[in-house]
Design a protein. Structure first.
Length: 108
């Protein structure tokens, strides 16, 4: 019985801790100036271009289709059959974008 409760307790703890963080992220986005929103959009566009440059033509078609269907960029990338090298490159691209966006949110 104890072993069945541990995953439930762990999941509920994670959810409880993550919910306020997600709410703060949403609040941060609401407080951005128009210039900051433009910067975030530019980062998003640059990230997408960089990710596409790593993909094969077939992967790029699948990626664009997923984005067009409303998937988030990370989700769209996760569904591609990436080589380890591609995964490493995309992880680095995403990390740089994340740091750039964090800097904008912190400057608020």
């Amino acid at each position: 019985m104890k072993s069945k409760l541990m995953p439930i307790l762990a999941a509920s703890t994670i959810f409880t801790l993550a919910l306020p963080l997600a709410a703060n992220a949403c609040e941060d986005k609401k407080n951005l100036t128009q210039a900051q929103r433009t910067q975030i959009e530019e980062i998003r566009d640059n990230t997408r271009s960089q990710v596409e440059s790593v993909l094969t033509p077939q992967q790029e078609v699948e990626f664009q289709s997923a984005i067009g269907d409303g998937q988030k960029m990370r989700s769209a990338v996760a569904n591609l059959n990436l080589s380890p090298e591609q995964q490493t490159q995309i992880d680095e691209i995403m990390q740089v974008a994340k740091e750039q966006k964090k800097a904008i949110y912190r400057s608020n």
